[in-house]
Design a protein around this ligand. Structure first.
Ligand code: HEM
Length: 398
């Protein structure tokens, strides 16, 4: 597994250039070796599904499916089996199982990951209500939500990430085709991050507001990382052992308003410096934030409503989540405003101890709230990784 979290001194999710297995199975003898971008390879099999702790990829597709009328548990099991075979092959840089389109031809796996999850509605459709985790109970309504229901939720969710746009698109088409008559696309969103190699050294990613975003993410080397991000084994329910819950929010950034702010005002909104992500209380990106530090007038240097103050775990009963987003840009609206922002994806062992308490706090209005708008939402149970010979979700569906 190409796990680049926390490497090279970076503390957030970084874009990696280290690559994984080098070489492309079908490259002709004597061909020029693939660059590190194409050769990067994540493993399909493992304790956890890929696409959770892996470094951010340059390209992402999020796609939700609803089971077709008449499709139940049997069809869902067959679908997850087909999707798993497809994912394993594509992540190894091999052709899709049924009629490849050649779109990813010549490219290596490019750190492709495919991650599969189940939404609340899946369990009713498949007669598996008894297996539905309590953690999948719908998220509470938040007063600042502007949710488009047609772009929210869904029976099934697939996250695709890759460092090459054609490789990601190829995977998306293969997954859609394998859905066949069992499921149809409910919504799809496309995102991106910086391309690997664009910066001189691996760095915490920037979002479309220009901030370093991901600095204070929990790190796999933290002693409590697994406990906070993954469902323990034995799990509750048992089939979720090694799994995680993904909260997906399409958050539009009101960039015209944001970009009118001075640099100082922007930094006050977050509580960190824009250039290097250092807390306003001083030091560098990794320096602990001094929440008590005051200026000459006696005011807090990190404002009381600063986003990075309000979201801190110690202010939210220890709530922790792993944020692993993509940026998005879907053109310019008729009024000239960009339809752009963050496909916010956060991972946790329990949304009620991760996303929910923090969003409740933010919903009361932190300094960032007036520059963003939550436009779509989803919560998905993402089972543990498939062992060799197994398909994703088998412990639930067989
Ligand atoms: C921290 C941006 C939405 C939870 C941060 C930081 C930035 C940022 C720049 C500081 C650097 C870092 O530690 O990563 C944004 C933007 C958002 C957004 C632009 C919306 C477009 C959210 C939402 C949540 C959230 C919806 C959860 C409900 C957090 C957490 C931290 C954080 C937990 C780290 C706090 C800490 O441990 O110090 N965010 N954020 N953010 N944000 Fe957000």
């Amino acid at each position: 597994r190409r796990a680049l979290l926390g490497t090279a001194g970076a503390t957030g999710l970084v874009l990696g250039t280290a690559g994984g297995a080098v070489g492309y199975a079908s490259a002709p003898a004597g061909a020029t070796p693939l660059t590190s971008v194409g050769a990067g390879r994540a493993m399909f099999h493992g304790k956890h599904q890929p696409g959770i702790t892996d470094g951010l990829q340059a390209r992402g597709h999020l796609v939700a499916f609803d089971l077709a009328a008449g499709a139940g548990r049997k069809e869902a099991a067959a679908l997850l089996r087909r999707w798993s075979t497809t994912a394993e092959r594509l992540m190894a840089g091999e052709a899709a199982p049924h009629g490849d389109t050649d779109v990813a031809r010549d490219a290596g796996p490019s750190s492709l990951t495919l991650t599969f999850g189940f939404g609340h509605s899946f369990f009713g459709r498949t007669g598996l209500e008894k297996q539905r985790p309590a953690a999948l109970d719908p998220l509470p309504d938040f007063s600042s939500d502007h949710l488009d229901k047609s772009r929210s939720d869904g029976d099934l969710w697939v996250q695709i990430g890759a460092d090459d746009a054609l490789v990601a698109f190829h995977a998306l088409r293969a997954i859609q085709k394998e859905a066949g008559s069992a499921a149809r696309v409910r919504w799809q969103m496309n995102g991106f991050n910086r391309s690997p190699g664009a910066t001189a050294r691996p760095m915490t990613a920037r979002n479309l507001m220009g901030q370093l975003d991901g600095t204070r993410n929990p790190k796999p080397t933290d002693t409590d990382f697994d406990r906070r991000i993954f469902v323990p084994d034995p799990g509750e329910p048992a089939w979720m052992a090694g799994g995680s819950y993904a909260v997906v929010r399409r958050i539009r950034m009101l960039l015209d308003d944001w970009e009118k702010l001075s640099l100082t005002a922007q930094e006050q909104v977050i509580g960190r410096r824009k250039a290097d992500g250092a807390p306003l209380s001083g030091g560098d990106e990794t320096t602990p934030m001094d929440l008590e530090k005051t200026d000459a007038q006696g005011g807090y240097v990190v404002p009381l409503n600063a986003h990075a103050r309000i979201t801190r775990p110690e202010k939210n009963g220890g709530a922790a989540m792993l944020r692993r987003p993509f940026s998005y840009h879907d053109g310019i609206d008729a009024d000239g405003t960009p339809d752009a922002g963050l496909l916010f994806i956060c991972w946790q062992a329990d949304p009620l101890r991760g996303f929910v308490p923090v969003q409740r706090k933010l919903d009361r209005g932190d300094a960032l709230s007036r520059y963003i708008r939550h436009e779509a939402s989803g919560l998905f149970a993402v089972p543990g990784g498939a062992a060799k010979g197994e398909y994703v979700g088998q412990r639930l569906l067989e």
